[in-house]
Structure formats: structure tokens, C-alpha cells
Design a protein around this ligand. Structure first.
Ligand SMILES: N[C@@H](CCC(=O)N[C@@H](CS)C(=O)NCC(=O)O)C(=O)O
Ligand SMILES: [Fe+2]
Length: 356
């Protein structure tokens, strides 16, 4: 079987591509909207035909790529009936089977993180995709989307720990870079519900996690309840071509800091922060042109139309608005710097001015 574990660094999400090398039929578990271009490229290069995108749950931290992949590759969308999303081609309940070539995935109901979470188990019981129910040495949180710690405890103990010890477990997220675990390992070493830990210990632990809500929750949940279909179907017409860019759910092309660092063509870096921020502790990118966002519409004429523009601000929000203003002013080759100066600095890229 063809198997690829794919990562989205923005949300620390894993997507899993499973394919039959004889029939070339494939499924993709938990695709991420912003990674659809990458995933579609891989599927094409491996010569696979994507039959299904499969969701483990209605995600709260990123938008699914299901709708966009359906549009691009003609795949069908399957997800749990209990998740309540609309726009799926098939809704799943426990014991349902998804076939791709000579392989099958069997659905187990593993609610707790959300009320509609499911786990996909490969037919030979050699691997399972646990979503945000069981994570590596952890579990998904249980404090939103009808989450329930006691329900999760029973899901893990009865539906996941009942798999063979050697069954490999692949979660929907890992925040430390770990990639895979096994039933035996988690039974022994999971600090939340392994070993002799009881239901009361687990619920006590979960009641005191005190995690901040995911940053994207207000965008992600409504979008995922529609299988990742954007509000206005704002889909990129064509690849801009001047650099490898990422198309976001918000309808804007982004450039990753590393890509910008390595870009060696003609370029204008437009910083839309205020003057004091530009000269402040975060510094600015070498050669950046400063036009604060509020002045951009009036001063767009100062920019050249014959070279691409990368818009930059502190965290990437004002610069996204700058892209819209530039679009209205007739600029076509534009991109937003993903994560703004905060990410640029966090990743250690060079700046002019600023403090260490
Ligand atoms: N900081 C992350 C938080 C992500 C988050 O809350 N993830 C959920 C899964 S959707 C979870 O269960 N996290 C477990 C944990 O962080 O321990 C974000 O803003 O996206
Ligand atoms: Fe989740």
C-alpha cells in the first residue's frame, strides 16, 4: 500500500494519503485547505486517483481541503453523520467501510473531542487514524464542540485500546513533531489515560487543561460544517507563477518567509505598518518600502506595476487588506507575507534595524 504522512505547519495537522499501487485508487484523510495544491501535486506525481477525502471530525483549527479537492480532482467527501456537516457525498456511522482498490478502512465511533469524532482502521488492523481522540502521549481537548472527557475515556479504552498492541496509531495533530505511536505504547505510556489511570483521574486532568481556543475557530468551524466550501467560492483562477505561493481560504495568495528569503527575482516589499512600528523593535525587511495601510489607496501609484509586491505587516492581517487595496488599484502579482514580521523574526530571517 502507498502511504504518505503529510504535515501542515500552520495548524500542526497531519493528513494521510493511502493508495493501492495496483489499482491506483486512493483516499486522503483530513486534508488542509491551504495544502490542496501540494496534495494534488503529490497525488498526480504518484499517479493516483483520489476517490475519497475522509474527515476524522469537524475541525476547529483549520479548514478542510475536502471541497477544494472535490472541485480539483473530482474526489468525493465522506465524514461522520454525527458531525452535522452539510455538503458531503457520504455520511458515515460505526462499522461503515470505505474501499480503495484492494484495501478498506473501517469506521469506529470515537466521540469525546467532538461528539462526531471517528477513527479509521485499516482492514488488517495494522494502522488506525485516530483524529483528535488519541494523540501521541496525549489526547485531543474536550472543552468545545460537545466535547466530553468521560466519553473520550471510553472511546479510547474501548475502541482504540481494543486494537492489537502492534497497531500503529496516526493522530490528526502533533505539536511536538512526533509522527506515530502504537496501541502498546499508548496503553503503557499515555500520561492521561494509559496504565492504571482511571476515569476520574482523566476527567480531572481534562477539566484543568485551560487551553486558549484555537486561533482559527471562528472561521474553521462554520467552513468545515460546509465541508470547506468558501463563502463566495473565491478560488484562485490560476497559479500566479512568479513564486511558489499558497492560496488561503480567505482568498489571498501568501508567500512563506523561507520562500521570500530565497526569492531572487525583482520584487517590491511593501511594509504597511505605521512609521514607529517600521522603526521599532521588530525591525523591517531589507529594502522594504513603507506605506502605512491607511495611506495605501492614495499612494499606490508610488509602486511599480512591472514587479511583484509582497505586503508585510506585524502579523499578516493588515497586509492581507493591503493586497485587496492593491488588487483594486490594478496590481496583479501580489502576495501576503504569511505570519508577518512576527513569523519572519521567529524563523530567524534578517532584518534592518530592530532589537535582538
Ligand atoms: N494553538 C492551537 C490550538 C489547537 C488546538 O486547540 N487543538 C486541538 C485539536 S483541534 C487540541 O485538542 N489540542 C490539544 C492540545 O493542544 O493539547 C491553535 O490555535 O490552532
Ligand atoms: Fe480537532
Amino acid at each position: 500500500m502507498i502511504f504518505r504522512q503529510l504535515f501542515d505547519p500552520q495548524s500542526s495537522t497531519y493528513s494521510y494519503l493511502l493508495g493501492d499501487e495496483q489499482t491506483c485508487e486512493a483516499v486522503l484523510i483530513d486534508p488542509v485547505f491551504e495544502q490542496v495544491r501540494r496534495d494534488a501535486a503529490l497525488i498526480g506525481e504518484l499517479g493516483l486517483k483520489l476517490l475519497w477525502t475522509l474527515e476524522t471530525h469537524v475541525h476547529a483549527d483549520h479548514v478542510t481541503g475536502a471541497w477544494l479537492l472535490k472541485r480539483r480532482l473530482g474526489s468525493r467527501i465522506a465524514l461522520a453523520q454525527a458531525g452535522g456537516a452539510e455538503g458531503a457525498d457520504r455520511t458515515l456511522v460505526a462499522d461503515d467501510v470505505i474501499e480503495f482498490g484492494r484495501h478498506r478502512l473501517i469506521v469506529r465511533a470515537t466521540p469525546g473531542h467532538t461528539s462526531g469524532c471517528i477513527t479509521y482502521v485499516l482492514d488488517d488492523l495494522s494502522m488506525a487514524f485516530t483524529g483528535d481522540c488519541l494523540l501521541i502521549r496525549g489526547t485531543g481537548r474536550t472543552d468545545f464542540q460537545q466535547g466530553n472527557a468521560a466519553t473520550m475515556f471510553h472511546s479510547v479504552r474501548e475502541q482504540i485500546f481494543s486494537l492489537p498492541d502492534e497497531c500503529l496509531l496516526y493522530p490528526a495533530h502533533d505539536y511536538r513533531g512526533l509522527t506515530v505511536t502504537s496501541v502498546a505504547e499508548e496503553k503503557r505510556f499515555n500520561p492521561r489515560l494509559g496504565g492504571a489511570i482511571g476515569l476520574g483521574d482523566f476527567t480531572g486532568h481534562m477539566a484543568n487543561l485551560k487551553l486558549a481556543h484555537p486561533k482559527q475557530i471562528d472561521v474553521a468551524v462554520p467552513a468545515n460544517l460546509k465541508c470547506g466550501r468558501p463563502e463566495h467560492d473565491r478560488i484562485a483562477a490560476a497559479d500566479p507563477g512568479w513564486a511558489p505561493l499558497t492560496f488561503t481560504f480567505a482568498g489571498i495568495w501568501e508567500i512563506q518567509p523561507q520562500t521570500l528569503e530565497e526569492y531572487d527575482g525583482p520584487l517590491q516589499i511593501l511594509d504597511v505598518r505605521e512609521k514607529d512600528e517600521f522603526a521599532g523593535p521588530l525591525g523591517h525587511i531589507y529594502g522594504a518600502i513603507l506605506i502605512p495601510l491607511g495611506e495605501l489607496a492614495a499612494r499606490a501609484g508610488e509602486l511599480r506595476k512591472d514587479r511583484p509586491i509582497v505586503a508585510v505587516c506585524r502579523a499578516g492581517s493588515r497586509s492581507a487588506q493591503a493586497i485587496n487595496i492593491l488588487k483594486q488599484a490594478g496590481f496583479t502579482a501580489t502576495a501576503n507575507l504569511a505570519g508577518g514580521m512576527l513569523r519572519w523574526r521567529a524563523e530567524g530571517h534578517a532584518v534592518e534595524g530592530g532589537s535582538v
